[in-house]
Design a protein around this ligand. Structure first.
Ligand SMILES: Cc1ncc(COP(=O)(O)O)c(C=O)c1O
Length: 382
């Protein structure tokens, strides 16, 4: 009997799907594992979606509705300082499709792609299922989980098609400075490789940090594939709308891959996305203020508990070092928290082997639940 492909067999064993199943069935566990906003999309978007749903039972154009790409183009110019035109924007089914489609479109089997470790868990499968080889660059706690440009320089060789960067970062919550992005941009230009810049959390940013899009830096337009989503900023995960902004030469081929993957991004989601871009900022600001309050509370208490945690500057994750309180590995410790403290977190190893010794907390969780979860964890640790 035939089995599954070698590519599939090579993928690491992810535990997140099992965790999600447990959470779905449990009434007692507090989940701090979620990778999506606990908010619903702003109410004007939900009302709008109900009023137009009857018009959306057909496919949309593969590249995305013209009106959406026009609105995105304006947003890119205003917020990301990226000047492009609608031809170079491809609307996708979440940014997850944009990640997969851009890797399929720009890598060959002999190529490698540099990925952050720890990094968002889809990068490894996206590179590998696309046929190329994922090669890790490491994000270290002592460097505040910032990439080391010298390491990237050393790893990038003739077979390197590109490098994936992610700021604000999942799972570390850290944000990359302009200086660091400039150094990475120099490497890409000198070595003639792509940068796949995953900016899913662009709007979720705290303190005085600024989100900078690497495609906005001088001379980078031909090297950067920027990946964005409506999922996190607008709490629109279920509408499944993301987009890629690409160099001109990549646009038609990427559209072709996208066509064969999904034909088109959801029609309803695209119309709601147009509306989202017309909303005043207060809808996002309200969610960011809530995340910010939770972030400060969570990180203070985690550090008091001995789960040493660098203050995250973006996204909604805290990445905690467990080494000061346990000799267990991340997976076993997470299992203990799940079974004995009834709190779900994600083991750091889910994001690559350099996540060992860490666990990820998501503060896309109501404040009263965060408080309760920490009470339970403290009690368990005592
Ligand atoms: C860093 C990062 N990129 C991309 C995605 C994919 O999100 P979506 O497909 O909803 O845009 C996620 C989801 O958690 C993420 O954390």
């Amino acid at each position: 009997m035939r089995g599954v492909s070698e590519r599939e067999k090579h993928l690491p064993n992810y535990t997140l799907p099992e965790l999600l199943r447990i959470l779905h069935e449990s009434r007692t566990i507090i989940s701090m594992g979620a990778g999506e906003p606990d908010f619903s999309a702003p109410s004007p978007l939900l009302r709008y979606a109900s009023s137009i749903v009857h018009k959306t039972s057909h496919y949309a154009p593969t590249q995305g509705l013209k009106e959406l790409r026009e609105a995105i183009c304006k947003k890119l110019k205003k917020e990301n300082k990226i000047s492009t035109n609608t031809e170079n924007i491809i609307v996708t089914t979440g940014s997850q499709e944009a990640i997969f489609a851009s890797l399929i479109t720009t890598t060959d089997p002999a190529d490698n792609v540099l990925i952050p470790n720890p990094g968002y868990l889809a990068y490894y499968p996206a590179v590998e299922l696309g046929g190329a080889k994922p090669v890790s660059y490491f994000l270290k706690e002592k460097d505040h989980f910032q990439p080391d440009p010298d390491e990237i320089k050393k790893l990038a060789n003739k077979k390197t098609a590109g490098i994936i960067i992610n700021s604000p970062s999942n799972p570390t919550g850290q944000v990359y400075s302009k200086k660091l992005l400039e150094e990475i941009a120099d490497i890409a230009r000198n070595k003639n490789i792509y940068i796949y810049s995953d900016e899913a959390y662009e709007r979720l940013i705290y303190d005085d940090e600024k989100h900078i899009s690497i495609a906005s830096l001088n001379g980078m337009k031909d090297y950067v594939i920027s990946l964005f989503t409506f999922s996190k900023s607008y709490a629109m995960c279920g509408f499944r709308i993301g987009y890629a902004v690409v160099p001109k030469k990549v646009s038609d081929p990427l559209m072709e891959s996208s066509h064969f993957l999904t034909i088109s991004a959801p029609h309803l989601g695209q119309l709601v996305a147009v509306k989202a871009l017309s909303l005043p900022n207060r809808h996002i600001d309200r969610m960011v203020r809530a995340y910010d309050r939770r972030r400060k509370y969570l990180v203070k208490r985690l550090n008091k508990t001995g789960l040493i945690t660098k203050m995250p500057k973006g996204a909604f994750y805290a990445f905690s070092n467990i080494r000061h309180i346990t000799k267990k590995n991340s997976y076993d410790f997470s299992q203990d928290l799940l079974k004995k403290a009834k709190v779900a977190v994600v083991p750091g190893t889910e994001f690559g082997n350099h996540g060992e010794g860490f666990i990820r907390f998501s503060y896309a969780t109501k404040l009263f639940l965060i408080k309760k979860a920490l009470d339970r964890i403290e009690k368990y640790l005592k």
